[in-house]
Design a binder for this molecule. Structure first.
Ligand code: SAH
Length: 339
């Protein structure tokens, strides 16, 4: 048993069963052994690969989108990019590399990275060392209110937040707990069923803060994540991954990545009515609209045969329905002052 596992067991023995989000908080954010507090978690050597880690084209296209949105409001405004959960900093790097090619944009750009994990912050600082316009914060509400245009970005951030689960029976709803079963193992109570609904308390905390920033101020937010807008999901979407393989949520807490499928309906309901929400797009549709095919046509002639293969397969991976093109969704919204 790992030290964290022991602590979780002792906590339950002493205080009784814990809620699912309490368990996830311990497994993900324990300051000593939680998943986000250890090294080497994202990227080829880690547990999973995210879109920006697949190809720089992802960040390049987002950078052009950001420039387009900001300049259509007022290109004399400062551009504040707030990124929630920047991981290894790859997306930030690709965005800044692209913005740097447009001096008039770049000199107005300020980046605020919201990162809870000290080890990932270190990786980001190293990777982004040449950029002097970046500030780090441990939570979104610690980022000062920004003057100018605010672009809030979150790629695979919401799926990482701890959720609660509830079991609905005929006329009652019972919160799902984590307890120690007869065999002395962690298990859910009630067990798996097709009557489960999920809720994430942190969605509201984050969206309230986004609302505050975009209320009567120009800006927008872009949320990209895996999930859907199903009205009545009735299953657990919790998923644990370790070393690119499916694991169990109770396997090695602190060593496995645990995520859920984002409920975009819930997110949309939390958006202030002063903010204009666009219909949800699939990642494939979004990247096509941003011109991923055109960007490929620009890059391919200058690439070696091997690079060409890599570029083509990377872009197909991001856009094709069999890979990340359909399961990943894009939720974009702008404040009314941006229209
Ligand atoms: N956006 C990145 C990484 C996604 S992984 C990419 O696309 O590659 C999730 C990121 O969110 C990690 O950086 C993790 O440390 C961070 N994170 C998770 N929970 C957080 C929280 N509650 N507050 C701030 N950052 C958090």
């Amino acid at each position: 048993m790992s030290a964290l596992q022991k602590r979780i067991f002792e906590h339950i023995k002493k205080n009784g069963p814990i809620t699912v989000d309490q368990y996830l908080n311990m497994a993900l954010y324990d300051p000593k052994d939680g998943y986000y507090f250890k090294d080497g978690i994202i990227g080829r050597g880690g547990d999973f690969i995210t879109s920006p880690e697949i190809t720089q084209v992802f960040g390049e296209l987002l950078a052009i989108f950001i420039i387009d949105q900001w300049s259509s409001v007022n290109s004399n405004y400062d551009l504040h990019i707030i990124e929630c959960g920047p991981g290894r900093g790859t997306l930030t790097l690709d965005i800044l590399n692209t913005l740097q090619q447009y001096q008039a944009v770049y000199e107005r750009t300020h980046v605020h990275l919201v990162e809870i994990s000290p080890s990932l912050k270190e990786i980001q600082q190293e990777k982004l060392a040449e950029y002097k316009n970046i500030q780090w914060h441990t939570a979104l509400d610690k980022v000062p209110q920004c003057d100018g245009y605010t672009f809030i970005l979150a790629n695979e951030f919401f799926d990482a937040l701890p959720i609660k689960q509830y079991c609905d029976t005929d006329d009652t709803t019972q919160e799902r707990m984590v307890h120690i079963n007869d065999k002395g193992q962690l298990s859910f109570s009630p067990p798996d069923s097709d009557n489960i609904h999920e809720a994430c308390p942190t969605y509201k905390i984050i969206m309230d803060n986004i609302n505050l920033r975009l209320h009567n101020a120009p800006g927008s937010f872009l949320i990209i994540d895996y999930g859907d807008e199903a009205q009545n999901r009735r299953i657990s979407t919790l998923q644990a991954v370790h070393d690119h393989k499916i694991a169990h949520v109770f396997d090695k807490p602190g060593a496995v990545d645990i995520s859920h499928q984002v409920n975009f309906n819930t997110l949309r309901d939390l958006v202030d009515s002063s903010i204009l929400c666009y219909p949800l797009l699939t990642q494939g549709e979004f990247l096509k609209q941003l011109g991923i095919d055109l960007r490929l046509q620009q890059l391919l002639p200058g690439a070696s045969a091997e690079q060409r293969m890599q570029l083509l397969s990377a872009c197909a991976r991001l856009t094709s329905p069999q890979h990340m093109g359909e399961i990943f969704k894009v939720f974009y919204a702008t404040s009314r002052c941006s229209q």
